[in-house]
Design a protein. Structure first.
Length: 543
């Protein structure tokens, strides 16, 4: 089976914060799991280097948009590498290859009469002497009365046009923009109303928020949306007379999944088509603010351009808050990824964002919970089980695995755990999957404590102690497989301790007399004084 996984493309206009990573991490868990199963996997994403957030940031700093994009794209690449994200290709939207693919798709949509030209009203700032891209306009949402951008209201998730906003302001200068006529191309989204209704009815494996929000848009009726905009930065419209206009970023960015697939195939000289055919299963991983772009816009583009596979699974996270408040980059109310990776273990971050993941409701990051989860679960349960078993073998058996047989009941539980966790991962239920693994780890600690192998090996029949330790070694070896999608760095260490082969999804057994190599602790305890220190830093930055 071919598995396609598309991770949302973060805007390259500022550092990543944990809220963004929380919505993207499921993609890596999926990719690692399916590779362990032996499936053909293509996992792609990239930096969104166009769009108005980058132009706004460039204006504020007095540099070019390319300089902003370059800075943060490189930072993203480094952060994702440190977090263990296993992209097959992480690219960028200002790549020339991407531009060509997007332009080809645009022309194909035009040829198929799914894009059309018309004269429309667009906000224009007299003081700045320019048409304003959607995100250059801010005002009051006409649907819920909250502050909103010109393209979308984050509060009620309504897709907007800047002309709809009340009390409009130019984000560049603060003046009230006027409205002028200009020509643009529009995506005939309304043409796909029936096809998309049928598509959503047949959807399986979508998160509930994706189903509810998509059905809401469909019930309200789909409206045609601008496919081009007057922008200084982006993909040129490939039509004479439209020089200076760009393909709208919400069309261009979601097309990146296809362009990244094509570029990956070109780079390694293989085919991309199997991952975009009916034989594939396609997962799309993002936050709930991106739902309509993946559940409606992208399917419409794919239907409108030809025979390309639509999304199968929509893995759309809710929001992660910080100490009970919404992440705010403008107020510096955030935990920045470069900072947390410089000071804490990447598996600690991956564990917390999974076990507390915003899968079905908003969840909260607090420094207290983060540090206690590390000390209590990663160190106290998982790390403790691994290290006390292997350390005992090093001290009492000269680092050699005893010659014994595995406890058959434990072996059966491990086999069942593979099946249970696999089903949950494929269904996008990562939190429950990880909880099941750690429930087994706690039971394994109890097994070790009750059997007391340190006492058993001193009895008249030490074979019982050898069997306990041999069984615990098998538990550890299989945890290095089962936890690989979640905690890859720790699992790699365990494979080093036991000289294990590359991980796979299925029961493995370490043979007797295998020597334990270069044993070290999996996790160090975090001093709880860090809680107050980190909370003070957070408050100080906000002030």
């Amino acid at each position: 089976m071919s598995i396609f996984i598309g991770g949302a493309w973060p805007y390259a206009n500022g550092s990543l914060h944990l809220g963004r990573v929380a919505s993207l991490l499921p993609g890596d868990i999926l990719a690692r799991y399916f590779r362990l199963k032996g499936e053909a996997v293509l996992y792609v994403s990239g930096s969104d280097c166009h769009g108005t957030p980058i132009s706004i940031q460039a204006n504020q700093e007095g540099v070019t948009p390319h300089e902003i994009a370059e800075r943060y794209h490189n930072e993203f690449v480094d952060c994702f590498k440190q977090l263990g994200f296993s992209y097959d290709l992480y690219t960028r939207t200002d790549d020339e290859f991407h531009h060509k693919v997007v332009q080809q798709l645009f022309l194909k949509l035009l040829k198929n009469e799914n894009i059309y030209k018309k004269s429309v009203e667009q906000t224009f700032c007299v003081d700045c002497d320019q048409f304003l891209p959607d995100r250059y306009v801010e005002g009051i949402c006409p649907h819920c009365g909250q502050k909103a951008r010109g393209d979308q209201c984050d509060f009620c998730s309504s897709l907007l046009d800047p002309t709809e906003l009340h009390d409009k302001k130019c984000k560049l200068c603060g003046s009230s923009p006027t409205v002028r006529f200009t020509e643009h191309y529009f995506l005939a989204l309304s043409k796909f109303q029936v096809a998309l209704e049928d598509y959503v009815k047949q959807a399986t494996g979508w998160r509930s928020n994706a189903i509810q929000l998509t059905e809401r848009y469909l019930s309200e009726g789909l409206h045609d949306r601008a496919a081009t905009r007057d922008l200084p930065w982006g993909v040129d419209v490939p039509i004479v007379g439209f020089e200076g206009k760009k393909i709208y970023v919400w069309i261009e960015a979601v097309s990146g999944y296809l362009s990244a697939s094509m570029k990956w195939a070109q780079l390694i000289q293989t085919q991309w088509e199997p991952f975009w055919s009916e034989g594939a299963t396609a997962y799309y991983v993002h936050g709930k603010d991106n739902i309509p772009f993946h559940s409606l816009i992208l399917p419409a583009l794919l239907l409108g351009t030809g025979n390309l596979h639509l999304p199968d699974r929509i893995i759309s996270s809710e929001y992660l808050t910080l100490e009970g408040k919404k992440f705010s980059t403008s107020n510096n109310w955030a935990v920045w990824v470069p900072y947390i990776l410089a000071n804490y273990h990447p598996d600690s971050v991956r564990y917390f964002l999974t076990i507390n993941g915003p899968e079905n409701r908003d969840t909260d990051f607090s420094w207290r919970e983060f540090i206690y989860s590390h000390n209590g679960e990663l160190l106290g349960a998982f790390g403790n089980f691994v290290n006390r078993n292997l350390l005992f073998l090093v001290k009492a058996f000269d680092g050699s695995v005893p010659d014994s047989q595995v406890d058959e009941a434990i072996k059966q539980k491990i086999i069942e755990l593979y099946e249970q966790v696999g089903v949950l991962i494929e269904a996008g239920k990562f939190k429950i999957a990880l909880e099941a693994i750690f429930s087994f780890i706690r039971a394994s600690n109890k097994y070790f404590d009750e059997r007391k192998p340190w006492a058993q090996v001193r009895e008249e029949n030490p074979a019982n102690g050898w069997a306990t330790l041999f069984t615990c070694v098998q538990i550890i070896a299989n945890l290095a497989n089962i936890l690989e999608p979640f905690l890859p760095f720790s699992c790699e260490k365990i494979r080093g301790f036991l000289s294990l082969p590359l991980p796979s999804w299925g029961y493995i057994e370490v043979p007797p007399h295998r020597r334990i190599e270069t044993l070290e602790v999996l996790f160090e305890r975090i001093d709880i004084s860090n809680i107050q220190e980190e909370e003070s830093k957070l408050r100080a930055r906000k002030e």
